[in-house]
Design a protein around this ligand. Structure first.
Ligand code: KIV
Length: 273
């Protein structure tokens, strides 16, 4: 809901994010895919919660983000929105829902907003999808861009290596970032590019640039919640800082439960009626 109609004046808005950039306050952003996690992430003070299409990997176990559908993103988006009071909730438009035409893009975008009640949407790409971005914004929906490593294009790259190391790709990224700003995006995620390039983009834009694997010279940071909590195993890119080892915590708790059930220690007398 728009902040001026809401009783909660603490609600983060796209406007507040731009003000944060202006006063040099860094923006924190994390993914969430369910109600319970979103409540924790929001309660801990994260500014932006992304219902990322990384759910395709993290939730569904796919190798890429490509298979996740619009209906699946809507299901997750609704659950997350119900758990959030303060953060700005952004839902990823999944692969195939905005690349075909600006008409398809705005039709799908409206469906996501109507059903999830999210605050904004995120789309991958620059010049190639600019008509879709403009049409969605013209319909009244705030859009966050996504440049650098764009996981929906993984089959084109053939690798998850750092993007825009060469001049040509770096110049295109800068052009695309400016195009997205001119089109009216309220922020841009830049993924896995050299820190100096990301910093330059952040300096040249007035809208916030949120980095993942893009160094500390940008306006904010985003991580996948299950990675930073150490739930996922075997994924250790240099940019990932693990703030907990939930994989061990959960494994130990569940092993203990199995033991207790096997040895008739659970439930005990107080745990029954
Ligand atoms: O889907 C996702 O989790 C993302 C972040 C990595 C930015 O797009």
């Amino acid at each position: 809901m728009a902040a001026y109609l809401s009783s909660d004046s603490r609600k983060v808005t796209t406007h507040r994010l731009i003000e944060m950039k202006q006063r040099g306050e860094k923006i924190s952003m994390l993914t969430s895919y369910d109600y319970t996690t979103a409540q924790i992430v929001d309660g801990a003070g994260v500014d932006v919660i992304l219902v990322g299409d990384s759910a395709s990997n993290v939730i569904a176990g796919n190798i890429t983000t490509l298979p996740i559908s619009l209906d699946q993103m809507i299901f997750l988006g609704k659950a997350v929105v119900r758990g959030v009071k303060r953060a700005l909730v952004v839902v990823d438009m999944p692969f195939g829902t905005y690349q075909t035409s600006a008409y398809d893009a705005v039709t799908n975008a409206i469906q996501v907003m109507k059903i999830t009640h999210a605050d904004a949407l995120k789309l991958e790409g620059g010049e190639e999808v600019i008509e879709s971005v403009k049409k969605i914004i013209a319909s009244g929906i705030p859009v966050m861009g996504h440049l650098g490593l764009m996981p929906q294009s993984i089959n084109k790259y053939g690798t998850y290596a750092v993007r825009a190391k060469g001049d040509e790709e770096a110049e295109k990224l800068i052009r695309d970032a400016k195009l997205l700003e001119e089109a009216g995006c309220f922020a841009i995620v830049i993924e896995k590019v050299p820190a100096a390039l990301a910093e330059r983009v952040a300096k040249e834009l007035t809208i916030p640039v949120i980095g993942i694997g893009a160094g500390g010279g940008v306006d904010g940071q985003v991580l996948v919640v299950s990675d930073m909590l150490g739930m996922t195993n075997g994924f250790s890119p240099r940019f990932l800082r693990r703030y907990a080892d939930l994989h061990s915590v959960m494994t130990n708790a569940i092993s203990q439960y199995v033991e207790d059930v096997k040895h008739c220690d659970f439930p005990n007398e107080k745990e029954q009626y």
